[in-house]
Design a protein around this ligand. Structure first.
Ligand code: PEP
Ligand code: MG
Length: 325
């Protein structure tokens, strides 16, 4: 699939109305990195670090992680890699750090909740990232932040880790940006101050959607029951876009929907300017975006929402058909 869109690799995802959408890729293994060049992605918008923990039967050592993160940054050749700290629990359980049986693991002790309770693991990972960066820029994002206070505490751990490295006389990253994943509806309603203080936000659409509709993303019976292009869900996404615009905060979307062309088009029309997706989706999404006028798509979405329709999918697809797709 990547070959088919090879001609687009060096071209920007610039729409007919002159807006440029930054397309990044999701990754989680060293083996994913060659796709960074092959797909034409601008960077890694989401590096899922839990795989390195999942493939072992004991806690990885700091030096091992640091070496691995450094290899990832080397392979990225200066492109941005946004490292998401450990998101375990829910569907990703570590044998050596098993929580008690939980009735609802997706809403249980997972991600940053584990990090803030077991600060030793979070600190070790942050130190590994700082050391891997050496003098290069570092980009870190905390998963499953439900409240502004959780982000503040996680960021404090990062600041402390940086301070320790400084005292040890080790090289510090050239710059540090710290963001949060917005994947619980609660965070969309956080105080203005949170939106101003965070360096960037990335919508984890897979989780955000599951919690918005209370529909388990792992449950075949319900996972496709609600449309991502549901008008209510788009209302939430629009609000997130508006709050980030008001605060001047960079916003991206990194759930699976970012890699589905119709969904990507709708997200861009809503105001998302950065999308992160699996590498093979970059070509098709770019191909579509380059041939669309987002203002027209936005018009279709707004009219559909105003008319009280439950999903904007059909009107958007009809618009695409009328425009030769
Ligand atoms: C998400 O929830 O959309 C996301 C990108 O993270 P994950 O799929 O790893 O939970
Ligand atoms: Mg998630």
């Amino acid at each position: 699939a990547m070959e088919r869109y090879a001609g687009l690799r060096e071209l920007p995802a610039e729409t007919l109305c002159g807006k440029t959408i930054a397309l990044h890729m999701n990754a989680g293994l060293m083996a994913d990195l060659p796709s960074l060049q092959g797909s034409g992605a601008e960077g890694v918008g989401l590096f899922r670090t839990e795989l390195q923990f999942l493939i072992r039967n004991k806690m990885p050592k700091r030096a091992e992680l640091s070496a691995l993160y450094a290899r990832v940054m080397n392979a990225a050749e200066g492109k941005r890699v946004c490292f998401r700290t450990l998101d375990i629990g829910s569907d990703k359980v570590l044998s050596y750090m098993k929580p008690n049986d939980e009735p609802n693991p997706a809403m249980g002790w997972r991600a940053i909740r584990v990090g803030l309770d077991k600060t030793g693991v979070l600190r070790m990972q942050l130190q590994a990232l700082i050391r891997a960066a050496g003098g290069r820029p570092l980009s870190v994002m905390f998963p499953f932040i439900a409240q502004a206070g959780e982000f503040a505490r996680a960021r404090e751990e990062l600041d402390k880790a940086l301070e320790r490295e400084r005292i040890l006389g080790r090289p510090l990253p050239a710059s540090v940006e710290v963001g949060a994943m917005l994947e619980t509806p609660s965070l969309a309603f956080a105080p203005d101050r949170f939106f101003e203080e965070v360096d960037f936000l990335s919508v984890g659409g897979n989780d955000l959607k599951q919690f918005f509709f209370a529909a388990d993303r792992e449950n075949e019976r319900v996972r496709r029951r609600y449309d991502t292009l549901d008008a209510s869900f788009l209302a939430l996404l629009s609000q997130i876009v508006a709050r980030c615009e008001a605060a001047g905060t960079p916003l991206s979307f990194c759930g699976e929907d970012a890699g589905r062309p119709v969904e990507a088009l709708a997200l861009a029309a809503l105001g998302f300017r950065t999308l992160s997706m699996r590498p093979a989706s970059i070509g098709p999404v770019k191909h579509l975006l380059r041939r669309c006028n987002l203002d027209e798509v936005r018009g279709v979405i707004d009219e559909t929402r105003a008319a009280g329709e439950s999903s904007v999918r059909r009107p958007v697809v009809t618009w695409l058909t009328q425009n030769g797709w």
